[in-house]
Design a binder for this molecule. Sequence first.
Ligand SMILES: Cc1cc2nc3c(=O)[nH]c(=O)nc-3n(C[C@H](O)[C@H](O)[C@H](O)COP(=O)(O)OP(=O)(O)OC[C@H]3O[C@@H](n4cnc5c(N)ncnc54)[C@H](O)[C@@H]3O)c2cc1C
Length: 385
Amino acid sequence: MRADYDILVVGGGPAGCEAARAAAADGARVLVVEKDPDIGVPVRCAEGISVRALREFYEPNPVFCRQTVTEYHLVAPNGVRVEVTGIGEGVILDRKVFDRMVAEDAARAGAQIITNANATGAHRDKDGVVVSFEGMPDVKAKILIGADGTESRAGRWLGLKTACRPHDMETAAQYVLAGVPIVPTRFEMHFGTQIAPGGYLWVFPKGEGVANVGLGISGQHSKHTTALEYLDRSVARLYPNAAIVGRILGGISCSGGLKQIVDDNVMLVGDAAHQANPLTGGGIATGLKAGRIAGRIAAHAIRTGDCSKSRLMPYHEEWDDRLGNLHRRFYRIKEAVFNIPDETLNDLAEVVNKVPKEGRTMNKILARVLAKKPGVLLDLARIMF
Ligand SMILES: Cc1cc2nc3c(=O)[nH]c(=O)nc-3n(C[C@H](O)[C@H](O)[C@H](O)COP(=O)(O)OP(=O)(O)OC[C@H]3O[C@@H](n4cnc5c(N)ncnc54)[C@H](O)[C@@H]3O)c2cc1C
């Protein structure tokens, strides 16, 4: 029987919708299914993105950008601040608006979108894949693009190994705080084993007196104290008078990437493929990038009438060339940085603060940090040059 669609995208986040837009723009018949009633809701994100990365897809616009960020502070466990330069501008998005806009662009390119559509399983048949739903008829497609986020099951349904080791799963908790004494143009990252073991605490400004304040801790550290408990302690210390106007709990796979992200009739994109930057946990730009490549390669496979693993493999190869290989190096750097004892980080902050501000770039700071871990210097050199 003829497939209902060429491509079925499970998950209406940025990665899925950009994949759908790219494939539909290239002539494929595409359906996106999203389990939640509204694209972009609930937000499970601190909403930060660099302007450089955003510009590959959209010009920054106040319609979906809440705040521009121009200052970056790293805060040592003892509270000493290091202002880092040379990073370029960032923005804090309004993801409710942003994600909806990416979906609208996919629809304008010709993709169909159904919300309230929870995919519950998939299997291959001779023409492609058959996906089942809660309270909805099955959908047949030649290619399934799994864009169903951190808790992805789409890959597993079709035999891909997608599990994330607890060590690599950053468990995250975040409050939207109002009435806080923040500098609206300043982004902050706080480090320390008592603050966020195996991760960091972030303060992302969202306008005058409002900020996303959250943290991620490595899953191995969340057995006795949860991410939310760590966050409560820091919020009580840093912003005792804050009003909590929003709360998010979530996870970010910081494994550096899956070994296999395509197989016959299936591709994984975004968090479903562990494509967030393992050092920062940022996955908006990386998901958009992966989605765009995957959508284009999928549409090409449809045109050739061959949706086998080998035909879809150029997506994996292009991803590795653009970011996948870099992420594997970031992973090794993360393992080194997040294991540095608090006292050493405190000493480093003092040392780095003696460098004139204009020379305090992230690369130079990382180089100093990693000088304590010589094995990782080679990776760093590869990233920098
Ligand atoms: C607390 C926190 C803070 C973060 N902060 C940042 C940040 O500041 N900057 C940054 O770049 N990244 C950040 N990230 C990561 C970022 O949010 C993700 O990397 C990004 O959203 C990935 O996009 P995606 O499209 O792959 O997945 P998602 O945005 O998670 O979208 C997946 C979609 O699939 C849907 N879905 C799931 N299962 C099914 C199903 N069975 N059927 C149908 N639909 C389904 C979900 O409802 C969801 O809408 C953060 C993550 C967390 C948890």
